[in-house]
Design a protein around this ligand. Structure first.
Ligand code: MLT
Length: 263
């Protein structure tokens, strides 16, 4: 489905009934990464997945990408769906959007699921890396970004034993528009630190991380889980950064048990 949000066409899926859970994807992927969650969770809750601007079937304008802007797009989508209160689930960059959304619209957040993400802003080296990667996207295209990102996104177990998954993640990245990739990189580079926000989060929070995640390692998840009061931390064995795709059953089990305790 598509709707016009803040001047662009935004694509989303809306499957199942009950408690609404909105899933926000990682960089530089799309809502397609949540296929195992649509398949496994939509029997027990309402699964909404969104292509952030610049991704998947959403429009990819040349500029105006900020993490706060992504949060504003989600807020407008919730208005469109007539949903006041939702569970917000974000993986990595999707987690950055969750933090921004919570800063602006906390009253709409029933609970948070923060997967393979970090609260800290980029270091100076990290910021420089964003510009370098945007330049690669501009000069060499999205396939070069796929080559650079795959070893960071998938854990050793998946890289060695799941050629099908490697291929499908490669395809997702390679089909992302360069304006979306560069826009995300500028947005992530400019995002504020969210560490000071953590102690102000008062909704139930689940923190998930793959034990082979090298992009946002388990130490980053512990920072979040220790600072958010009452947060539950689940470490998923045999998964890298894309826990939901690499170990979908374990990911879905953790989400399902967290949601059951909310209702
Ligand atoms: C992601 O998976 O969204 C990225 O690894 C986030 C980042 O580069 O900071």
């Amino acid at each position: 489905m598509k709707t016009k949000i803040n001047g662009i066409e935004l694509a989303y899926t809306d499957t199942g009934q009950g408690l609404p859970v909105v899933f926000l994807h990682a960089f530089p992927l799309s809502k397609a990464m949540w296929a195992p969650q649509v398949a496994g969770l939509a029997t027990s809750c309402r699964v909404i997945t969104v292509d952030l601007r610049g991704h998947g079937e959403s429009e990819a304008p040349l500029w105006r990408y900020t993490i706060e802007g992504f949060a504003d797009d989600i807020n407008a989508l919730l208005d469109h769906l007539d949903l006041h209160h939702v569970v917000l689930a974000g993986l990595s960059m999707g987690g950055y959007v969750c933090f921004a959304f919570y800063r602006r619209y906390a009253d709409r957040v029933k609970a948070l699921i923060l997967a393979d993400t970090r609260a800290a802003a980029d270091s100076p080296e990290g910021k420089a890396g964003r510009y370098a990667m945007a330049q690669v996207a501009y000069t060499q295209g999205a396939t070069a970004i796929a080559d650079a990102m795959l070893p960071k996104l998938l854990g050793n177990t998946s890289l060695q034993t799941r050629p099908d998954l490697v291929q499908s993640v490669r395809h997702l990245i390679a089909t992302t528009q360069v304006s979306g990739i560069a826009g995300d990189l500028m947005a992530m580079e400019a995002r504020p630190d969210s560490v000071s926000l953590l102690s102000r989060i008062s909704c139930p929070t689940l923190v998930l991380v793959g034990d082979e995640d090298v992009a946002t390692p388990p130490s980053e998840a512990r920072v979040i889980a220790e600072a958010v009061q009452g947060a539950r931390l689940v470490t998923i064995a045999g998964a890298g950064h894309l826990t939901n795709l690499e170990q979908p059953e374990a990911f879905n089990r953790a989400v399902q048990s967290f949601l059951e305790n909310l209702t």
